[in-house]
Design a protein around this ligand. Structure first.
Ligand code: SF4
Length: 263
């Protein structure tokens, strides 16, 4: 048995997630027609993301699907080699000493980077949002306007899809009992591996890796990224949801973190 399981209700939420991604795909396609579009430098993929477990589960689900499609098209040996290489890359990042859990920065490329994103069709929303509905960092080499910034989408249609996305995380959390096992923001390699590896393999990994890669933030409302802050649900709603779960907002206006170990 794998460490975490995908349940029948999750498939409905995965479908909702993909529909929300579709709306961002439209923004992205239109944005790429402008002079501020992505130029595929891969510099923003030098990162160790922390995302909500919903998206980790969806990535693992789609990886399994891809595995069987490869088996059908290319044979078992090729499918096994593909899956093993992906698991190896994810496992390798669990040993990343350069990863900063607060900044999500690292000296290494993302575990899914291999001359391009290997999960492009089912990559998380934070990757889709970058430069399409948010600003970019100085290291991004795309073109800037006369003010040294880029132009990106904003407004009600963007807010609608980001808030829809947040409510999908909430629904996934509720469908899985609103407990820290499934409603948690985690280091992406850990979250995805927990749906792919057996319990004993995760325990072995836990013994061999640093504590920082196992720490998570409880609660979908704690998924605070540049795009959720810009376009997401109002603070009052987020605060109420946090309070319902026994969390409070601290003096800096950030939700109090609850740390947990995802074994
Ligand atoms: S998931 Fe893909 S797009 Fe996102 S950081 Fe990793 S390689 Fe880049």
């Amino acid at each position: 048995m794998t460490n975490r399981e995908i349940h029948p209700n999750d498939l409905v939420n995965f479908n909702r997630l993909d529909m929300a991604y579709n709306k961002i795909r439209v923004f992205q396609a239109k944005h790429n027609e402008t002079e501020f579009g992505c130029i595929d430098s891969g510099k923003c993929c030098k990162v160790g993301l922390k995302i909500h477990l919903t998206e980790c589960a969806y990535i693992a689900f789609r990886m399994r699907q891809e595995y069987y499609l490869r088996m059908e098209n290319e044979g078992q040996e090729s499918a096994d080699a593909w899956m093993n290489s992906r698991i190896e890359a994810l496992t390798d990042r669990m040993y990343d000493k350069s990863w900063d859990e607060n900044e999500q920065s690292t000296d290494l490329q993302c575990a899914f980077w291999d001359n391009g994103c290997t999960i492009y069709g089912y990559r998380p929303l934070v990757c889709r949002a970058y430069g399409t509905i948010t600003e970019v960092d100085d290291f991004c080499p795309r073109k800037r306007n006369e003010y040294g910034t880029i132009e990106h989408f904003a407004g009600k249609s963007v807010e609608d899809v980001i808030q829809e996305f947040q409510l999908i995380l909430k629904r996934y959390a509720e469908d899985n009992g609103s407990n820290v096992d499934y409603d948690v923001i985690v280091y992406m390699p850990l979250g995805v591996l927990s749906f792919l590896l057996e319990d004993f393999q995760m325990q072995e990994l836990h013994q061999q890796t640093e504590e920082k890669v196992w720490l998570g933030d409880e609660g979908w409302f704690n998924y605070q990224s540049r795009f959720t802050r810009l376009h997401g649900l109002k603070d009052e709603f987020i605060e109420t949801e946090a309070k319902l779960r026994g969390l409070v907002v601290n003096s800096e206006g950030n939700l109090q973190r609850e740390e947990c170990i995802n074994e």
